[in-house]
Each structure stands twice: as structure tokens, then as C-alpha cells.
Design a protein around this ligand. Structure first.
Ligand code: ZN
Length: 65
């Protein structure tokens, strides 16, 4: 989904964690007080920065082009 295998795994875990957090909020067990899109864009930013610093992702992008 995002970059190399390693980064895909990390981003998958991040999305899963926040998915569970918002599930708990929907169930009323937890009050986060943040909008989902705030978290969403923060995650995209974190993953993009991670990809740009990851050697495997850079090698993969170079290999594709
Ligand atoms: Zn990577």
C-alpha cells in the first residue's frame, strides 16, 4: 500500500491502531476529541516522511522508474 514491505506493514499497523481507537470512540468507551480527518492527514504525513527517509522505498521507487 505504502512503499516497501516494511513501510506497508508499519502504515497498516498505524491505520489499524487508529481504526480501533475510533471504534472505541464510536462505542462510547473512549473520548479522543479529535476529528478523524486530523488523524488521517497526520498519518499520511507520517507515512510520507517515513517513505522519504526509508532506503528500501527509495530503492523501490528508483527501480520502478
Ligand atoms: Zn520503506
Amino acid at each position: 500500500m505504502f512503499g516497501c514491505m516494511k513501510c506497508s506493514k508499519i502504515s497498516g499497523v498505524l491505520f489499524l491502531v487508529f481504526g480501533i481507537v475510533f471504534l472505541l470512540e464510536d462505542l462510547g468507551l473512549w473520548t479522543l476529541g479529535l476529528s478523524w480527518y486530523t488523524i488521517f492527514f497526520a498519518l499520511i504525513g507520517i507515512i510520507s516522511i517515513g517513505n522519504s527517509m526509508c532506503k528500501d522505498c527509495q530503492a523501490m521507487m528508483k527501480g520502478k522508474k
